[in-house]
Design a protein around this ligand. Sequence first.
Ligand code: ATP
Length: 660
Amino acid sequence: MNNQQRISDQTKESVQNTIRNLQQRTEHIEKLIEKGNDVLVFQIGSHNIKYGFASQENPNKIRTLVAYKTKNNESSFTHESFRSYDAFDKEVNKLEQLLKGQKKIGTQTKGPKGGQNSVAAQKLKQRVEISLKTLEFQNKMEIEENAENDITKRIMLFGEEVFMVEQHDNFMIRKPIKHGYLNVGEYNGDFHGPINDIQNIIEYILIKKLSLTRKQFPQYKIVLCIPDVFQRQQIKLLVNMFLLSLNFNAIYMHQESILACFGYCIGQACVVDIGAEKINVCCVDEGLIIPNTLMRKNYGGDDIDVSLMRMLNKRGCIAFKQKTNYRVECRNYGDMHQIEKLKEKHASFEQAEDLSNRVFEMHCVRNGIEELFTVQYNEALYISPTIIFHADILNALTKNTSNSYKDIDFEFYDYRSKKFEYNEDPEDNLEEVTAGIVWGQQKNLINPYLAGAHIIEQRKKDELKKELLAQNPNLNQQQNQNPEQIEEQKKQELQQQQTYKLTEDELLNPYTMVNLEDIISQSIANVKDPELRKKLANHILIIGGTSQTSKMVEELEDRLIEKISQYDYNIERVEVIDSLSKKEMYPSYLSWIGATVIPRLDSIKDLWINQNRWLGLFDDIDDSSDDEVSNTEAMRKEERKDKSNEYGIKYLKEKVPFQW
Ligand SMILES: Nc1ncnc2c1ncn2[C@@H]1O[C@H](COP(=O)(O)OP(=O)(O)OP(=O)(O)O)[C@@H](O)[C@H]1O
């Protein structure tokens, strides 16, 4: 064989190998994609539910709202009713002065004399129909031809349809999630109300949007993205909803921040989630949240909308075409939907060009009729997003007081409250947390990943100690505590507290907002390893819808560079990851996308929570046997007790990949 022949043979062989390899890989990829076909992924947020098959590239979305036809005009739902803006306006004024001083606002050419409705103004105006007509207005002809098309005849409405009946006396709109938790406070303390509403929305998604039949549900598994901070009882209710009420085959759950890291394929990151009603920051290291780094605030994009609306109203930028007595109001979901769309399209951290002659045309519903209103471009579109870096403005909204809501128990949305405790659920952890246990041995009362969790724990222990001592004064002597251990514990706590630049209230109160750059800096500063801190500062992964605000990456980076050295002077570099420009991945979808990876991982195949196990339906407990002796109720109970590790909450605890 000559040399040329040999080279040619070698090349041929190499090409064949490559093709074989590629074929194998394609089959592998196809198999992987197939693996997602029988799995549905859900992320249930305060603003929207993201859903779809795990084989999809991106999720579909639907608003987390449902409208019900009511009888006798009942409207049992406590919805935001009024709000005083005095303190808010003052804070906004201060910010405007500051921005003017920095020449960031007030430089645009002023509008023509005579206000926006003058002839000169009308000539100058450049009307922009920004296709905000997203409401599903009904075709009257269609209704006349077929009365069944009339949505006001329906019992339940979903998605944007709900805006159509908002003014209708016989409908009420419910919002089952608030700040990422079940909205139990606004449902008068009833857990089942919001769960029932979520189930209705999910059934609508499954049947109408994903074209599944009820009979098909048991063929599917669910991956559920859950918030980093959660109430165990609520998660249990959601598992029950999917596995018992909806009859799905199995479920896997994981936290949003961890899943976002899977989605972006990154091992270590400081994950900054800015959603609609919550800001959640934590540091993640190889699939786990680093203890003492999780910070959570009950603020988000919805507060930017309220602020934008207030600023626009106050500046006289909103005008109704027909009825001058109409106003855009924050208690109308439909109105806020329009303001929100305006924000998404035109709010930015950068004032790029002079847009003062722009007029946006938008629509809302009044008494079932579509009304046109216009919004004149204003610097409010630049000022409103910056409020996440000017916490005083958000705090002036006094959200957890009767300023905006009446008679609501805010403990349902405050992780410091008893509702979030380990032993809140009587069925959970009966052995670990028993009534007989005293303060020194109590553990995991509160999520240990929360920054400052030990402060809350200590306070709770002190309270418990006082209570127990009041009941039994001899208890102090019975305590067999090691003084050295106590000393060591105190030392550690002191050390920990020294890393906090924020006050206890700023650190722990979810309704006390702190500038976003401080929240992030504090979270990173709480990581013990200095090298890891540096790395995390260079891997700041922003997720959640509000992080999609135009120029967010640049703005956050600038602010962090200024701030972070006050928390850790060794950190010299900061990088905020721009997932959209680097990997064409929308920040608000990252957690959902991460969840679609789950069914493709062999390593998690034993971690599904199966329906029969969750419900305690064992094949080997033969309930159908005719043998009366072996099948007595008492024996069956005994048999179940033996197996108590294998079903229900104990079984779930073994399966979940995070601290329960
Ligand atoms: N391009 C954009 N610019 C600015 N804000 C945006 C953009 N896209 C979405 N948002 C805002 O993001 C918010 C929705 O974010 P996301 O989908 O993360 O909410 P969620 O998960 O339902 O809420 P939460 O995390 O509070 O439970 C809304 O306030 C929406 O207006």
